[in-house]
Design a protein around this ligand. Structure first.
Ligand code: 4NP
Length: 155
């Protein structure tokens, strides 16, 4: 059965497209791409149709990862389509929960809960610098690796 995971941040140009690209890379390396549906979106519609932030793309490129993602906004249908919906910070999480239908069955959580090094929040790097984008990448990598391990085991 296909496992469907959606990563959600505010603008869908920094954190969630990074998590999406990292997750795609992990499943591609594991040879399980056909078993997964992976996507990302924002709670806001600031960057609809836009490519990820150049700094996020540069950080991914340092690790040999590219992304074709284009910005989109979280919508009600996402709660039917995805098994897991992960926000990056408490504000994302509140906004995700407020859009969830009463009969929602998707698992809603913070991606950072999978970080074995602790720290549940993946901070917004938009007004930061290269080091902040690197931190986002490294945290997404640790979390997606652990989520992948647990989701693969659960099946
Ligand atoms: P993201 O970062 O939520 O990680 O994509 C942001 C991107 C854009 C804005 C805020 C956060 N913005 O205000 O345009």
């Amino acid at each position: 059965m296909t496992k469907c995971v959606l990563f959600v941040c505010l603008g869908n140009i920094c954190r969630s497209p990074t998590a999406e690209a990292v997750m795609r890379h992990i499943i591609s390396q594991a040879g399980t791409t056909s078993q997964w549906l992976v996507d990302s979106c924002g709670t806001a519609g600031y960057h609809l149709g836009g490519a990820p932030d150049e700094r996020a793309q540069a950080e991914l490129a340092k690790h040999g990862i590219t992304t074709m993602h284009r910005g989109r906004q979280l919508c009600k249908d996402d709660f039917k389509k995805f098994d897991y919906i992960f926000g990056m910070d408490e504000e994302n999480f509140r906004n995700i929960k407020s859009l969830a239908p009463a009969d929602n069955r998707a698992v809603l959580g913070l991606l950072g809960e999978y970080d074995k090094q602790g720290g549940k929040i993946i901070d917004d790097p938009y007004y930061g610098g290269e080091a902040d984008f690197e931190e986002v990448y490294q945290k997404c990598l640790r979390c997606c690796q652990e989520f992948y391990r647990q989701a693969s085991r659960d099946n």
